[in-house]
Design a protein around this ligand. Sequence first.
Ligand SMILES: NC(=O)c1ccc[n+]([C@@H]2O[C@H](COP(=O)([O-])OP(=O)(O)OC[C@H]3O[C@@H](n4cnc5c(N)ncnc54)[C@H](O)[C@@H]3O)[C@@H](O)[C@H]2O)c1
Length: 254
Amino acid sequence: MTGRVEGKVALITGGGSGIGRATSLTLAREGATVLVTDYREDTAQETASMIVEAGGKARAMAQDVTDEAQWQAVFASLRATEKRLDIVFNNAGVSNNGILLSDTTLEQWRHVNAANVEGVFLGTKYGIEMMAETGGGSIINVSSIYGKVGAIGSVSYNASKGAVCLLTKGAALECGKEQNGVRVNSVHPGFIETGMNAERLKDNAARDWMISRTPIGRIGMPQDIANGVLFLASDESSFITGAELVIDGGFTAI
Ligand SMILES: NC(=O)c1ccc[n+]([C@@H]2O[C@H](COP(=O)([O-])OP(=O)(O)OC[C@H]3O[C@@H](n4cnc5c(N)ncnc54)[C@H](O)[C@@H]3O)[C@@H](O)[C@H]2O)c1
């Protein structure tokens, strides 16, 4: 099947690497025009160039998702250039795994929650506002398996990803009440081979532990998540809102 998001305009945050890059390439391949943002402008530009070189439509902007003024600039640019918006993938995020609660400083807590929760809040708020102007669309927020179950050394991350899960449901209900045509869902990746995990995955014992906790028996790839996001972004999922799409190789089934 091709053209599954043909003619749609997508905004993807944290699109400079990992899951964000794979999803940018996938949505573009399926016909979407993609605005790739990242606080690393060079990597966002690299993703947009990869899309254009493959014959797709994309451009890039620098954006720190923790800064409301930068969100406003991104939406002003979308209104001026693409003039519509159909898909927002709130993907940018950070982790600080390995820091126990007793060692977590308020500054570390705020750093993680600013990117992972406040960034998603702003993207959902402004995304709904613009999509509602053109009849609706699909917002996909990245939570995690650690938005569903706890982990040792992850309190800030657990809190942030749990918040994304329920922020998403609340937003979905409000869109339903308004009948504005916007659907809001969360995706919950398991262990995925990206820059976020690069250090831990170099450690064979850590890699083996992750595989042993994953019934499918392998580490996930960014494309595994991109495939799920494509479904939620497309009209194939038109009856799905406020839902959690868990893509974890079975991790949370244990
Ligand atoms: N890799 C995993 O195992 C895994 C598992 C569950 C959830 N996730 C989530 O998936 C999302 C993508 O992560 P990834 O695994 O692709 O990691 P990644 O580090 O490869 O990508 C994250 C991207 O977000 C960008 N970013 C970080 N903070 C930003 C900010 N404040 N403003 C704008 N851009 C910012 C980074 O520059 C980077 O390009 C994150 O929200 C992460 O929490 C990842």
